[in-house]
Design a protein around this ligand. Structure first.
Ligand code: CA
Length: 682
C-alpha cells in the first residue's frame, strides 16, 4: 500500500527535452571508438561534443524525482527509494519494492550532485534524514545493546557449503576473540547503539511483517534473506523479519531454520553492507567539498559529522567474523581469538552484523560479528582516505582515524595484490576458509596470512564474476587518484584502464558492448609488500552486455576520472561515447533497455526447509519441505508482470523486462554530473 504524495514537488527550471537534441542529430559520435587505448580523438575526426551534461543530469534527476515515475515511497516529507520502479524483479533483493543501503547511498550521491550544480543542499539533507530515520536502526530497533560484552562478542556457528546443511549448531566452546573498539565507540558517542545501515528493507511491507511482526505499514520494515552459506542464492532464501518475535514462521519464528540451539529467544539482528556505508562516507566527502567551494560548507556539516560517525562503526567490517587472529587461522577450535587489534585485516569485509535480545528480555544480551572475507569490489580507499585525512571526517573515537589510515594503505595493497596479468582485479581473500576456518587448498597464495579466494563469501553465482564489481571498485580508485595523485592508485589504473578499453565499444547509434561476466584462472603471487605483476593470475571476459546501463555509466565515470587526472584521450573519448550512447535510450522514467531474464526459471527453485519443520509466512503461505521460491511469495501472482513469468515456467519463452533500478538510474545521473564537473562545457 503506497502512501500518496502529500505535497506538490518544487519544479526545476525548465529544461530542453533531450530527445529533441537526439532527433536534431547533435549527439552523433564516431562509430566503434575506443578499441585502441592509444587512439586520439583527433584521429577520428571527432566533432565537438554536443550534449550538455548539466542539462542531461537535471533531466535525469527530474525523472527520478517525479512522483509519477514511482522511484520512491513518500512518508511525511521524506522519501524512501525503492530498489526499482518495477516490483517484479529478483536479484540481490527478491522484490523491487524492497530497498537496500546501496540505494540510499546512491540517493545521497544524486542529491549531492544536485547540490553542486544548483547550490541547493536541502534535498541532500533530506535524503540524509531519510537514511537516519528509516535504514539506521533506532533505539526501539536495537534495544538491548547494554547487554553486550566486548570480551565475548558472539557464539561461533560454522558456515556450511549448502543450505541443506542448515540449521548450524551454535558451539560455545569454540574460542572467539575480543572486540577492541566497542568501548571507545560507546565513550565517543555516549551510547551502546550501532550507527550503521541495515542492508535490506521491505519498503511497502509486501511481506507483511511490519514492526517486530506487528504487520504495521506506517514505515518500511527491516527484513533479511541470506543466512545459509555460500551456495544460498536469492532463489533459495527464506525472507524473515529482522525483529524476531515468533509472530510468524514456526514456533520459534524463523530462528531455527538457521541456527540450532537448545532453546530459542526472541531477538533482533541487522547486517551492514560495508560498500554502501563506505559510499555514504565518500559522498559526504564530495558534498563537503562541493558545498565548501560554494562558500557554504555549513549547509552539509551535520551530515558530514554523521558520516564520520558511520565510518567509525564501519570498522567492524575490518574484523574477523569471530574476532579471531588474522593469518593462518586454521581450525575453529585451534585458531585462537584475537587480542587488541590482531583480529583486524583492515579491509572492508563483506558485512558486519549485530543483534540482541528483544526489548522485554529479563537478562539483556547482545552480539556483534565482523567479516572474515574481504572482496575486492567492496574496497573504498577514497572513503578510507577521507576518514583518516579530512579534519571533518576523522572519526571522534580514540583510534578511528588511525585505523582508517592503516586501512587506506592496506586496501591499496590488497588491490595491487589482486590485479591480474591482464589488469582486472581478482576476488579477494579469506581468514576463514569455507566459513568454518578450514585448511585452505594446498599452495594457496596469501595476503597477510589470508588465503586467496577467487569467489569470496558466495558461489551462486561466483561473487567476482560480475563486471560491475570491477567498475564500482575502480571508480573509487580513479576518483582517489584524481583527488590525491596517489602513485599506487595510478599504477593500478594504468593497467586496468587499457584492459577495460580493449573490451569496450560504444557507437553513434547508441549501441555499446561492455564486459558482463569474467572468468578467473590461476592465482596471484604471495604478497611480499610490492606488486609482482601476477604472471599466473588471469582473467577472460566470458560474457558481454549491450543493455546494462548502470554498469556502463559506472565504467564511464571511472574512465572520466582517470582522463581528468591523466589527460588520457582514449579514456575520455570512450567515457563520453558511453554517456552519449546512454542518452539514446531515454524513456519517460529514465534511461533503460529491455533485458531477457532466463534465470526466472528459478522462481520454481526448491527452498530448503528441514523435514518436519512447518510454519507460515505473514500472509499465510505455508513453509515446509515442499516450499519453493514462488510458493512462499504468493503475492507475486498478483503482480501485473506475473503472467510473463508464469508463461515461461509453463514452457514459453524467457520473459523480457525494462527495469529502472534506482542505483543504475542514479549512477547514470551522477555520471552525467561527473562529466559536467570534470570537463565543464562553458
Ligand atoms: Ca545454490
Amino acid at each position: 500500500m503506497r502512501i500518496p504524495f502529500a505535497s506538490p514537488r518544487r519544479r526545476l527550471r525548465r529544461l530542453p527535452a533531450l530527445a529533441a537534441l537526439v532527433l536534431a542529430g547533435s549527439l552523433v559520435v564516431p562509430a566503434a571508438v575506443s578499441a585502441e587505448p592509444d587512439l586520439a580523438p583527433a584521429a577520428l575526426g571527432r566533432p565537438a561534443l554536443a550534449a550538455d551534461y548539466e542539462v542531461a543530469f537535471l533531466d535525469q534527476y527530474e525523472k527520478i524525482k517525479d512522483p509519477a515515475n514511482g522511484y520512491f515511497r513518500q512518508i511525511g516529507d521524506l522519501l524512501v527509494p525503492y530498489h526499482s520502479v518495477e516490483t517484479l524483479i529478483v536479484e540481490a533483493p527478491d522484490h523491487g519494492h524492497e530497498t537496500t543501503s546501496e540505494a540510499f547511498s546512491y540517493y545521497l550521491w544524486l542529491e549531492a550532485s544536485y547540490g553542486r550544480i544548483t547550490g541547493e543542499w536541502e534535498p541532500f539533507n533530506k535524503a540524509w534524514r531519510s537514511m537516519e530515520t528509516y535504514i539506521i536502526p533506532a533505539t526501539r530497533d536495537q534495544p538491548t545493546n547494554s547487554g553486550y560484552n566486548p570480551s565475548d562478542p558472539a557464539t561461533y556457528a560454522a558456515e556450511h557449503g549448502d543450505p541443506s546443511e542448515y540449521p548450524s549448531r551454535l558451539e560455545s566452546d569454540v574460542p572467539v576473540g575480543q572486540d577492541p573498539i566497542a568501548e571507545e565507540l560507546s565513550a565517543a558517542y555516549g551510547t551502546d547503539e550501532i550507527y550503521g545501515m541495515h542492508w535490506l528493507l521491505d519498503v511497502d511491507n509486501t511481506y507483511g511483517y511490519g514492526f517486530c511482526g506487528d504487520g504495521s505499514n506506517d514505515r518500511p520494515a527491516y527484513v533479511n534473506t541470506f543466512q545459509r552459506g555460500e551456495q544460498e542464492s536469492v532463489w533459495e532464501t527464506v525472507p524473515h523479519p529482522s525483529c524476531e518475535t515468533f509472530a510468524h514462521g514456526g514456533p520459534n519464528g524463523f530462528v531455527d531454520l538457521f541456527t540450532d540451539d537448545e532453546e530459542y529467544s526472541k531477538q533482533w539482528r541487522y547486517t551492514a553492507a560495508p560498500d554502501a556505508d563506505a559510499r555514504v562516507v565518500q559522498v559526504a566527502y564530495l558534498a563537503k567539498t562541493w558545498a565548501e567551494a560554494q562558500g557554504n560548507g555549513s549547509a552539509v556539516s551535520d551530515a558530514v559529522s554523521d558520516a564520520a560517525r558511520m565510518g567509525d562503526y564501519l570498522r567492524y567490517s575490518m574484523y574477523d567474523k569471530y574476532f579471531k587472529r588474522i593469518g593462518d587461522c586454521v581450525g575453529a577450535a585451534a585458531c585462537p581469538g584475537g587480542t587488541g587489534k590482531d583480529s583486524s585485516h583492515y579491509l572492508l569485509g563483506w558485512y558486519y552484523a549485530w543483534g540482541g535480545a528483544d526489548a522485554g528480555a529479563q537478562y539483556p544480551w547482545a552480539w556483534r560479528i565482523g567479516s572474515s572475507a574481504p572482496h575486492q569490489g567492496y574496497q573504498n580507499p577514497l572513503a578510507a582516505w577521507a576518514l583518516s585525512q579530512d579534519a571533518d571526517l576523522r572519526p571522534r573515537s580514540a583510534t578511528g582515524a588511525q585505523d582508517w589510515a592503516k586501512s587506506f594503505d592496506r586496501q591499496l595493497e590488497f588491490l595491487q595484490w589482486l590485479q591480474s596479468a591482464e589488469g582486472a582485479i581478482a576476488g579477494g581473500a579469506s581468514n576463514s576458509w569455507g566459513g568454518s576456518y578450514e585448511q585452505p587448498p594446498a599452495g594457496r597464495a596469501k595476503f597477510h596470512g589470508m588465503a586467496y579466494d577467487q569467489q569470496p563469501v558466495w558461489h551462486d553465482p561466483p561473487s567476482n564474476q560480475w563486471f560491475g564489481f570491477q567498475v564500482w571498485g575502480m571508480e573509487r580508485v580513479s576518483q582517489l587518484y584524481h583527488l590525491t595523485g596517489d602513485e599506487r592508485a595510478k599504477a593500478i589504473l594504468d593497467k586496468w584502464v587499457p584492459w577495460a578499453l580493449a573490451n569496450t565499444t560504444a557507437a553513434a547509434d547508441g549501441s555499446f558492448e561492455i564486459p558482463a561476466e569474467l572468468r578467473w584462472t590461476g592465482q596471484p603471487d604471495d604478497w611480499s609488500g610490492s606488486p609482482t605483476g601476477n604472471p599466473n593470475l588471469h582473467v577472460s571476459v566470458s560474457g558481454t552486455t549491450s543493455n546494462d546501463v548502470g554498469v556502463a555509466s559506472a565504467l564511464a565515470k571511472t574512465l572520466l576520472y582517470y582522463a581528468a587526472a591523466t589527460g588520457d584521450a582514449s579514456s575520455r573519448l570512450t567515457g563520453e561515447s558511453l554517456l552519449e550512447a546512454l542518452l539514446a535510450h531515454s524513456d519517460d522514467k529514465g534511461i533503460a533497455m529491455p533485458e531477457t531474464r532466463s534465470d526466472y526459471e528459478r522462481f520454481d527453485d526448491p527452498v530448503h526447509v528441514p523435514q518436519g519443520w512447518t510454519g507460515s509466512m505473514a500472509n499465510g503461505d505455508p513453509i515446509d519441505s515442499s516450499s519453493t521460491f514462488a510458493s512462499i511469495r504468493s503475492f507475486y501472482e498478483q503482480d501485473a508482470d506475473w503472467p510473463k513469468v508464469q508463461a515461461y515456467l509453463d514452457g514459453g519463452p524467457a520473459p523480457t523486462f525494462t527495469y529502472h533500478r534506482f542505483w543504475a538510474q542514479t549512477e547514470i545521473a551522477t555520471a552525467f554530473a561527473t562529466y559536467d564537473e570534470l570537463f565543464p562545457q562553458g
